[in-house]
Design a protein. Sequence first.
Length: 111
Amino acid sequence: MKDLTKKAYDSGRLKDLMDNIDLINFMFFQTPENMEKLGSNAGSIKKMISGKLEKEATFIIMDTVRDLYSCDPIIGKFLRFVKRNKTEIFRYLVDPDMNKTNNVAEASFLR
């Protein structure tokens, strides 16, 4: 997320991409605070994921982001990275012992 935000900032398009980044952030951290950041889109997202488990909701949101923004060079590159590394990135959805913000998992992508 930090890398995505930095790339959006460096491109001079942070403001344009902020809604997308907020949606991606909610995909990873489905908290009430992150839902609020979605602003006018929050209601639509709530309807899409209502009653879904976190894993299912995560992939619904990822598909939505892909459908809406994959043609953007910054978001598209990020989505390709996520797709390539889906098993590792989303391991926390299937392994209850894995923390969402596991530093060991994050560090493996920095090598």
